[in-house]
Ligand binder design. Sequence first.
Ligand SMILES: C[S@@+](CC[C@H](N)C(=O)[O-])C[C@H]1O[C@@H](n2cnc3c(N)ncnc32)[C@H](O)[C@@H]1O
Length: 247
Amino acid sequence: MGWMRDLIHAGGTGGLNWHVHAHYARRRWQPTVDLIDAFLAQVRPQAEHLLLIGCSAGWMMPASWLARFERIDAYDIDPLAAALFHWRHGRHLRQLGVQITHHRQDALATLPALLEEHPQACVWFDNVLGQHRYRIRDEARVEQDLATLKHMLHGRHWGSVHDVYSGPTDGRALAHDWHSWPHHGVPAHAVAENFAQTLLSHVGAKDVWQDHLTREVFAPDTPTTLIPWAFKPNYWHWLQAGWVAAY
Ligand SMILES: C[S@@+](CC[C@H](N)C(=O)[O-])C[C@H]1O[C@@H](n2cnc3c(N)ncnc32)[C@H](O)[C@@H]1O
């Protein structure tokens, strides 16, 4: 019954539950999508080919960014991702002539081979790295795996948006206008060292928050943008987005 479990949960990070939730949360997630859109709009990837990792159905993916590429290879372990991505973005991308190929694959485990196969492509981790801790239960290994990525990606144009923290909130942040939220260009090291308290108080955090162990995804001086996500009305995530240009 492994296929059935995958269909419903896809390893706990995707699957039917996630898609139903994402569909009904579209309006509440829109400010987050807009902030991701604004972040990606100022990224100018020097490549025509994108490896899109953790694409899901592209619930939070701005269509304008996808449309910049001639070719996209999209990876997800979720058996529903390809069909739902196609439903949401397929027609638009086809009209623009973007060639998209879906792969049901653990793209983190197979990353070295993917990079070797596509030496010219840039890479975007689309809200997937913060989930690594739910698949690999050993915290030290999760941190190690995530810290190693930047070395593996050395010489590439690549970026990621991922969870930094998540947890229960008192709901007051729902009324906030996040479009003018100013936190761009925060060096990656500052997030864990002196910014965490600001982030938590801004969303009215309560009780115990989860650390997604992503603090070493980016090198310490990488400028990052911090993006709030009302995953549920009273359960928020802080996302961090960054882009590393090869030179
Ligand atoms: C939070 S969702 C991503 C949301 C997506 N970017 C969107 O806009 O809808 C995380 C996704 O990553 C996928 N995933 C988790 N680990 C993965 C891995 N190692 N390789 C490929 N996909 C993975 C999950 O199946 C899930 O669809």
